[in-house]
Design a binder for this molecule. Structure first.
Ligand code: CTP
Ligand code: MG
Length: 168
């Protein structure tokens, strides 16, 4: 596999985990509506438990499909599953950290934070996936460059589908 294609193949569960909560969006927010010590919401209404577990499930399912499509890339089902979990969980966790930072900066739910929105989930996914299977430096740089474009494209798609009220 071409090394850039391999990088995209590797990160696919994280992309799906990050993009799918918008279709699952639940009612109960992950911070249960609670405020932080600064009087503002801990995470806000944009982060729900249903979205989180929906994203985690979709991300892991993608990694299992990837395993059956190309078992030699992972070596074992066990590694594919663990990597799928790490990449998906990392993507969702990075997104939560991003929302936490946005609320501390007093940005309302859904307000775009350039950089944080596109790279937060990616960096967290790469960090959690790294101990299980690593990419080369060039591949990581490629993902850092390409991910904002894929993120924007995915958000415009979700907006056109009527899943999101804003195209970012
Ligand atoms: N979503 C969810 N649960 C999550 C993540 C996302 O239910 N853990 C849903 C919410 O409906 C959210 C939408 O997916 O509004 C888009 O996600 P995102 O852009 O990450 O959230 P924002 O609404 O932009 O909120 P924030 O400002 O906190 O990033
Ligand atoms: Mg957003």
């Amino acid at each position: 596999m071409n090394e850039l294609v391999e990088a995209l193949w590797y990160i696919l569960p994280a992309y799906f985990a990050n993009a799918s909560p918008v279709v699952f969006k639940g009612k109960t927010s992950m911070d249960f509506g609670k405020n932080f010590s600064d009087g503002r919401r801990i995470l806000g209404d944009g982060k729900t438990w249903r979205g989180f577990f929906g994203g985690l499930t979709v991300g892991i399912l993608i990694s299992l499909i990837q395993y059956y499509a190309l078992p030699s890339y992972y070596g074992s089902f066990n590694l594919a599953f663990k990597l799928g979990f790490a990449l998906s969980f990392g993507a969702l966790l990075g997104d939560l950290v991003g929302s936490f930072i946005k609320r501390r900066a007093n940005l309302p739910r859904g307000y775009p934070a350039i950089g944080l929105d596109q790279w937060g989930f990616l960096i967290a996914a790469l960090l959690l996936g790294y101990p299980l299977k690593s990419l080369q430096t060039g591949q990581v740089l490629f993902l850092i460059v390409i991910t904002p474009f894929i993120h924007w494209f995915a958000n415009i798609f979700a907006y056109k589908m009527g899943w999101k009220s804003v195209p970012w």
